[in-house]
Write a protein that binds this ligand. Structure first.
Ligand code: DC
Length: 195
């Protein structure tokens, strides 16, 4: 079975939770594509060379979830050659036998426009910053500022900016419990698989 679920949206909107639930429920492979950009940013040196030589060990670094790694990822992600170096791997994963869920910023628009299911998961910056703060701690105002800065960069860049695919199901999790968002995503995937 070739079957792709593309999940896009800004940081801490709930993409990862939904992606993991869908992967477990339907037996699909899962790729958190943000991790690729985080690994490139964390590696340092020339980002294009890093993107071209990314290894499993780079993706297993323990520091990839930090705010700093998120900012570094967002910066290197604006470089067209970095994005180009990561396309083939993501496309192959998306069409792997058995099906796949990919979450990121440009999955439904650029990496896999033919995805059978597209979701755009979002929430207000304040709610997303609070979720991120609960994970990483520190100064809440700084976390909110980082969320806004990353949103602005990811949405304004020329190459593959963050935006919903025209045919994406929009899930705004600002006031929505995560179980409700997951249930809506599960229903959409079940319908696509059934049809
Ligand atoms: O999803 P995340 O917070 O781990 O992503 C980190 C950064 O990587 C994000 O700010 C922008 C970039 N990114 C991207 O440009 N395209 C993707 N498909 C995934 C992430």
């Amino acid at each position: 079975m070739i079957f792709t679920v593309a999940i896009d949206g800004p940081a801490a909107a709930g993409k990862g939770t939904i992606a993991r639930e869908l992967a477990a429920r339907f037996g699909l492979g899962h790729l958190d594509t943000g991790l690729l950009y985080r690994a490139v940013g964390a590696k340092g040196g020339d980002p294009v060379a890093s993107a071209r030589s990314l290894t499993e060990a780079d993706l297993a670094r323990p520091d990839l979830r930090s705010l700093e790694a998120g900012q570094a990822a967002s910066r290197v992600a604006a470089i067209p050659e970095v994005r180009a170096a990561l396309v083939d791997f993501q496309r192959a994963f998306a069409r792997r036998p058995g099906g796949a869920v990919l979450d990121g910023r440009d999955i439904g628009t650029v990496i896999c426009p033919e995805a059978e299911v597209k979701l755009y998961v979002t929430a207000s910056p304040e709610v997303r910053a609070r979720r991120r703060w609960l994970e990483v701690g520190g100064d809440p105002d700084r976390v909110l500022a980082e969320v806004r800065e990353r949103d602005a960069r990811d949405m304004a860049r020329a190459e593959a900016p963050l935006r919903p695919a025209v045919d994406a199901l929009l899930l705004d999790t600002t006031d929505m419990p995560v179980e409700v968002a997951v249930a809506a995503a599960v229903a959409r995937v079940a319908a696509a698989l059934g049809g």
